[in-house]
Design a protein around this ligand. Structure first.
Ligand code: IMP
Ligand code: MG
Length: 181
């Protein structure tokens, strides 16, 4: 594969692998939500590449919105505190919500968001997450669609950042420790 950044120790998931998985998930979503009023809610900014690719693989009509939350700052460890920086643009009463997220780590962000959206009377709230770091879970989260189980390394690319960098890489890679230590 061409053009791997010097800051990357190893490519975990290349573009082709991601593309194939996103296609599969899109197909499942199209079947599961056929005839339902589906709203995809992307969590900014990490979900953007996944959202853009997934959206095009969903063949039923659906809508899209975004929320921005903060729990990380510039460190590689969660602060455990979730703040809503940007809320939804529309009411979600009676809609089927599918939260689109890059990665589940401690689970704190998604557990909070699921509760929050259920509290706003959505008809259902489910999660589509590209990556799952199951070993790091602190609170339980049930994701209906998971792309890949990943080991506990700090990952960047395909939406994932370190200090707001690397989101643009088309692959998911392990960041070299010397970059953040
Ligand atoms: P959680 O609340 O601990 O599950 O954190 C989820 C959020 O942490 C994700 O949306 C990411 O922004 C961030 N995160 C967790 N692990 C990584 C990683 O390996 N690389 C980059 N961001 C990560
Ligand atoms: Mg994030």
């Amino acid at each position: 594969m061409a053009n791997i950044s010097d800051d990357i120790k190893e490519v975990l998931l290349d573009e082709g692998k991601i593309k194939k998985k996103v296609k599969e998930i899109g197909k499942r979503i199209s079947q599961d939500y056929d005839g339902k009023d589906l709203l995809l809610v992307g969590i900014l900014k990490g979900s953007v590449p996944f959202m853009a690719d997934l959206l095009k693989e969903i063949t039923i009509p659906c809508s899209m919105d975004f929320m921005a939350v903060s729990s990380y700052g510039n460190s590689t460890k969660s602060s455990g505190v979730v703040r809503i920086l940007k809320d939804l643009d529309f009411e979600i009463e009676n809609k089927h919500i599918l939260i689109v997220e890059d990665i589940i780590d401690s689970g704190i962000t998604l557990a909070y968001l699921v509760d929050y959206l259920k509290g706003r009377k959505a008809k259902s709230v489910e999660i589509a997450c590209l990556l799952n770091k199951a070993d790091r879970r602190k609170v339980s989260v049930n994701a209906k669609y998971i792309g890949f189980e990943v080991p506990d390394y700090f990952l960047v690319g395909y939406g994932l950042d370190y200090a707001e960098k690397y989101r643009n890489f088309p692959y998911v890679g392990i960041l070299k420790e010397e970059i953040y230590k």
